[in-house]
Ligand binder design. Sequence first.
Ligand SMILES: [Cu+2]
Length: 85
Amino acid sequence: MVKTTVKIDGMACSMCEAHVNDSIRKAFSNVKKVTSSHAKGETVIVSEAELNADAIHAAIDPTGYKVLDVKSETYQKKGLFGRFG
Ligand SMILES: [Cu+2]
């Protein structure tokens, strides 16, 4: 799993967040989870494979919001039993 953090300029409310989330879900079929925050100006995407940064731009650009930065990292779900291991 890969966690992608996208810095996005222009989101002002929860409607904007929903708009961005929808665009990401439409653009990528392997997205498990997408969460946007207009307060932080970022969208966090969890997907099975790394997302192409150009494709993220292509998905967000038409919405009118601006992608400032895309960062990917390996995502490990912290299991309940992790602390005992
Ligand atoms: Cu809005």
